[in-house]
Design a protein around this ligand. Structure first.
Ligand code: GDP
Ligand code: GDP
Length: 438
């Protein structure tokens, strides 16, 4: 699972600026997706060999006792509790405040690996100006400038140093070939545990224990119709003996980790509730993670004709950015509509793992350009020369040429459509990267 970094600190020290800096530019994402909601507080980051989830905890009031502040404090504490490392941000220009001391006390008691970042330190010399922050008793002070991108790499290196992360290659070696890693994601009460228990109760589905795994292992391997799967224990779900149970506390961080470690995510919605903000956020994360996705609307048995129509319109509007995904209307409780979901999961996985040979990609690219060439932008006319595959799950297509920074989003969408059609990419995001030769 990806490690989690939580950013804490009083308001205005630059947490959200740092968050944006850390999570910036998964530049491969095609265009801007209409209707993509981003919860600004959670994001993926990649720096050097470190890939991690960043949580911006917003304001931090460790002593808040009521109302909205208490709610925020609760969420902050949960985020800190779930984090592998905490970055405590202070304001190098504003200096220390009483609140900084409160937060430092809280963090020291917690005993989590904590890194102290003195932000807004551009143009400052380390020694004198930063010495007061040693008072916080959290060890070394790391000068950074979130706004100017200074000191970030060293901050990340320091933060993850004690975690001793396994090399990516080692982890990849553990994945058994041909196994589809599946996560069922959705907010509380949409019916995740009901669905999973219905599945596991089916005769066609054979759950087995892998040697060496314990009863409360975080993944359940099973086989269905000759295909091997691994069901990833998702946020809010825990395996208890043979059945899955919903636990009371929903965790965004655990949802993100589950999504990140899956190949295919089944996004579960609740027909009786419509598409809520939280659903849209989870959907946004799935898209950002690049995982393949299948959407299932559960509790279809409990809504009437009118509600069904409303719902379908709502999905088209609010989840427009997942329109490449198959949509199923199901009832986990009444065991209706479940078979086709499996077909879509397999299809989405196949699409995510598609191999796209360079000659075919290049031919498609040239045909597309012939059919409709990219618009001139001022003095520049983008020249798209050839394409090759840059990755799987999600598939990445890298296009080489000249002046490619002038290719419009509309044109990228046009290309995406052509590639999707040719390779039958149903159920997976597709990323298109442009590489301009000098
Ligand atoms: P948050 O409330 O902790 O999330 O703080 P913000 O990220 O919203 O930043 C608060 C203010 O500090 C904004 O006006 C930012 O532009 C500014 N700021 C953030 N990072 C830096 C920095 O590295 N240097 C300077 N000079 N200003 C910064
Ligand atoms: P989870 O929190 O996502 O795991 O949700 P649960 O599986 O615990 O289900 C929440 C509630 O929805 C329970 O009361 C279930 O009985 C109910 N439920 C689950 N699936 C269905 C369904 O297909 N139809 C109806 N009408 N209710 C369902």
């Amino acid at each position: 699972m990806k490690p989690v970094m939580a950013l804490v600190g009083r308001p205005n020290v630059g947490k959200s600026t740092l968050f944006n800096r850390l999570t910036k530019s998964r530049d491969a994402i095609v265009a801007d997706f209409a209707g993509l909601t981003r919860d600004r507080h959670y994001g993926n980051a990649k720096h050097g060999k470190h890939e991690f989830i960043v949580v911006d905890t917003g304001g931090f009031e460790p002593t808040a006792e009521s109302g909205i502040y208490m709610e925020m404090a609760k969420q902050t504490r949960q985020a800190v509790a779930e984090a592998d490392v905490v970055v405590f941000v202070v304001d190098a220009r504003g200096g220390l405040s009483a609140q900084d001391h409160d937060i430092a006390n809280y963090l020291r008691k917690l005993g989590k690996p904590t890194v102290l970042a003195a932000n807004k330190a551009e143009g400052m010399t380390e020694g004198v100006q930063l010495s007061e922050f040693y008072e916080l008793g959290l060890g070394e002070v790391h000068p950074v400038s979130a706004a100017h991108g200074q000191g970030i790499r060293s901050l990340v290196e320091t933060a993850f140093e004690p975690l001793n992360l396994p090399d990516e290659e080692e982890e990849a070696g553990e994945v058994e070939a041909g196994v589809i890693k599946l996560a069922v994601a959705g907010r509380p009460n949409v019916g995740k545990s009901t669905l999973i228990n219905t599945w596991l109760g089916e005769e066609r589905l054979v759950a087995f224990d892998l040697p060496g795994t314990t009863r409360d292992a975080i993944a359940v391997p099973f086989e269905r119709g000759g295909q091997k799967y691994e069901l990833i224990d998702t946020a809010g779900l825990r395996r208890k003996g043979k059945v899955f149970e919903a636990i009371e506390k929903f965790s965004v961080v655990k949802t993100l980790q589950a999504i990140e470690s899956a190949n295919v995510v089944l996004l579960l919605l609740d027909a009786t509730q419509g598409v809520t903000d939280q659903d849209a956020h989870i959907a946004g994360y799935i898209l950002e993670s690049g995982r393949a996705v299948v959407i299932a609307v559960n509790k279809w048995d409990a809504v009437d004709e009118y509600q069904r129509e409303q719902l379908q319109r709502q999905i088209e509007a609010r989840l427009a950015f997942l329109k490449f995904a198959s949509l199923h209307l199901i009832s986990a409780k009444k065991r209706q509509g479940l078979g086709p979901v499996w077909q879509s999961i397999a299809q989405a996985h196949k699409a995510a793992m598609t191999k796209m040979p360079t000659p075919v990609l290049t031919r498609l690219l040239q045909e597309a350009v012939q059919f409709q060439s990219p618009k001139r932008s001022g003095m520049f006319r983008p020249k798209l020369r050839y394409a090759h595959q840059g990755g799987m799950n999600p598939p990445v297509i890298v296009i080489h040429g000249n002046s490619l920074e002038h290719v419009t989003d509309a044109y990228k969408r046009f290309l995406e459509g052509r590639f999707r059609k040719e390779f039958n990419l149903i159920g997976t995001p597709l990323r298109i990267e442009m590489k301009t030769s000098k």
